[in-house]
Design a protein around this ligand. Structure first.
Ligand SMILES: [Zn+2]
Ligand SMILES: [Zn+2]
Length: 113
């Protein structure tokens, strides 16, 4: 770590036109770095928050879901064992929507209460 001879701030590494410099963020002092030992340019990789959102589906089965057998049939494959849960999807004063998910084919559908 090096300090600015002019103002005493910590110099930060920067690459300008392929040359390496130590630059003072406070007063603009620049010093070319000839010896590259231990010189690292910090590159911040930004991860988009959208990457995480893609995984979350609106019909993800919550841990409160319960198994229902012989009551509802899957409209896709006819299987009679489904997971069922309630979810508030609209305004708070409206009844929550009942969701079903087939345990065999994974098909998810909703039924308004
Ligand atoms: Zn300075
Ligand atoms: Zn099914």
């Amino acid at each position: 770590m090096k300090f600015c001879p002019r103002c005493g701030s910590i110099l930060v590494p920067r690459v300008v036109d392929g040359k390496r410099y130590l630059v003072c963020p406070s007063c603009g002092y620049m010093e070319e770095v000839k010896d590259s030992t231990g010189f690292k340019v910090q590159v911040k990789v930004k991860h988009s928050p959208r990457d995480k959102l893609l995984v979350v589906s609106a019909n993800a089965v919550p841990p409160t879901a319960s198994k229902l057998k012989g009551v509802v049939r899957c409209p896709k494959c006819g299987h009679d064992e489904v997971l069922v849960w309630m979810q508030q999807t609209r305004a708070a004063d409206e009844p929550p929507t009942r969701f079903y998910k087939c345990t065999r084919c994974g098909y998810t559908w909703r039924e308004y209460a």
